[in-house]
Design a protein around this ligand. Structure first.
Ligand code: FE
Ligand code: CA
Length: 529
């Protein structure tokens, strides 16, 4: 694949600072890059006192173990180093390195780097979660980054936004297909590696490595901590707990549990997510607290509890009370999180998750998309029950998967007892973000098609699938706003973008209103040089 050279990449950042020593270190880095850190650096899962740092060593020979040293500083020149240490890696974890750095200050920006045998990694920037007095929060939200389909310009745009507290990736971080099964990367030189559908551990590792070699992926990870969850394509299409639409055990793809374990292992190796030894296999639902301004609950609607997808007309299955999307254990955990957020007087409750939550059809009718919550109506009703019981309010569901932008009010039944203009009957809001690069046909037939969708769904304020991009979620005590941004193209590398639409809900309203201008940018610490 075509890459922007690391050297050019770093030199650009250094030039902006006009600091000679940094330019020299960038050149030194370029000379040793092949033996050093070809997949960049990343950070993730920030808490008030710690954060995960990640890198991957490119070994001269793929054997033995490597000792990598790391440093964390308050400044981008590493004048004030606050923490340092060493980490071991080797073939058993594909030479990836993960450090959970403790003892940090809340709501603070840090810079970090790794070193191996004199070779230095790029400098990364990260930020811990704030604990008190949080008046504002800005999060970048992305999903569905499919390499052969185009450039990750949405990543490049978010990397330039220095005022974000974190980036959420809501899944489909990689795609499993062979070239031409879902996008043809030949023209752009973005042919998926290995050159086949990924099934075994080595395949998943190689695919993750290819995505992490992408220059825009490296830059967004370098500038922001990530909070991730997986969707289906980190495994294979339309995965559920016992299999997947795109998994065929009789066609050389073997046992589902083996494939799933391989995908989980590679994900943990290559993603800056905190690992819990006790719950390592597949438990990634977890929560993040941004003081009393917001709680972010990250769900797993794919692997731990999901029953198999039903056909969209099979309403008997769809409405079966025992049917699960989260699974009983995660459901109980979610209820606890919501109750706790109310007890803590947390202003906003964010649910980061994969598939569309808002009802798409009337109660008892066929499902809209049976892979979404629409195909698991009893499970969705139980979440509405939780919201009611906890007297929650100020809920925002954040969704990936659909490759198109959507903004909804969240009434239990949009077709009865809900008023679109006042929002009466709504229990929260939902924003689904468009894809980084995966395609959509929503809106391809023009404005009329989109207006038809809005007319058919009274709680739907906005839908458009005609652009790729991301959204920024901006929270204050008084309001929560989502700003949808479109990248100009994904067929060239560019950071040209435009503001498409913004929607805001006032605290206590649970009701979306269009915002005419995007939320203002915030003061920002220096980007990583
Ligand atoms: Fe996707
Ligand atoms: Ca998906």
């Amino acid at each position: 694949m075509r890459r922007v050279s690391r050297r050019k990449f770093l030199a650009t950042g250094s030039a902006a600072l006009g600091a000679l020593p940094l330019i020299r270190s960038a050149e030194a880095f370029a000379q040793t890059a092949d033996a050093g850190f070809r997949h960049g650096v990343a950070s993730g899962d920030p808490l008030g006192d710690r954060v995960i740092l990640w890198t991957r060593v490119t070994p001269k020979s793929p054997a033995g173990s490597q000792t990598v040293s790391w440093q964390v500083a308050r400044d981008p020149k590493f004048g004030q180093i606050v923490s340092r240490g060493e980490a071991q890696t080797g073939a058993s974890r594909d030479f990836t390195v993960k450090v959970d750095v403790p003892g940090l200050e809340p709501g603070t920006t840090y810079y970090y780097r790794f070193e191996l045998l004199g070779a230095r990694s790029a400098i990364g920037r990260t930020r811990t979660l704030p604990r008190e007095g949080v008046s504002r929060l800005r999060l970048g939200v992305v999903s569905c980054s499919n390499l052969p389909q185009g450039y990750f310009n949405a990543y490049a745009c978010l990397a330039k936004r220095a005022d974000l507290d974190a980036v959420l990736h809501l899944g489909d971080y990689i795609y499993e297909y062979a070239n031409k099964r879902y996008g043809d990367g030949t023209k752009l030189g973005r042919i998926p590696a290995p050159h086949k559908e990924i099934v075994a551990l080595q395949d998943y590792r190689e695919r993750h490595a290819q995505y992490k070699a992408d220059a825009d992926s490296q830059e967004i990870h370098r500038q922001h901590p990530f909070i991730v969850t997986w969707d289906d394509h980190e495994f294979t299409n339309n995965a559920w707990k016992g299999g997947a639409e795109n998994h065929d055990p009789d066609n050389g793809e073997g046992d589902w549990t083996v494939r799933r374990a391989a995908a989980v292992q590679a994900y943990y190796e290559w993603m800056p997510i905190r690992e819990d030894a006790q719950t390592k296999q597949a438990r990634i639902y977890r929560a993040f607290r941004f003081g009393d301004l917001a709680t972010l609950v990250m769900l797993d609607t794919r692997l731990v509890g999901r029953d198999e997808q039903a056909l969209r007309d099979d309403t008997a299955s769809i409405d079966r009370p025992a049917r699960q999307l989260l699974g009983a254990e995660q459901e109980g955990w979610l209820a606890e999180q919501l109750v706790t957020s109310v007890r803590n007087k947390t202003n906003w409750k964010l649910l980061g998750q994969q598939v569309m939550f808002a009802p798409q059809t009337a109660q008892g009718a066929r499902a809209g998309n049976p892979d979404s919550w629409d195909g698991y109506r009893a499970a969705r009703a139980r979440v509405f029950d939780m919201i009611e019981r906890a007297k929650l309010g100020n809920l925002a569901v954040l969704t990936g998967d659909v490759h198109s932008s959507w903004a909804y009010d969240l009434p239990r039944d949009p077709f009865a007892g809900y008023d679109k203009s006042s929002g009466k009957g709504s229990m929260g809001v939902e924003f689904a973000g468009t894809s980084v690069s995966s395609p959509s046909s929503v809106g391809s037939e023009g404005e009329q098609q989109l207006a038809g969708l809005r007319a058919a769904r009274p709680h739907l304020h906005y839908v458009d699938g005609r652009y790729r991009g991301y959204f920024v979620l901006d929270l204050t005590r008084e309001r929560l706003q989502a700003d949808f941004y479109a990248v100009a193209t994904i067929l060239d590398r560019t950071t040209s973008e435009r503001f498409e639409k913004g929607f805001v809900t006032a605290s206590g309203a649970n009701h979306l209103v269009e915002a005419t201008t995007p939320a203002p940018t915030a003061a920002a610490p220096d980007p990583a040089p």
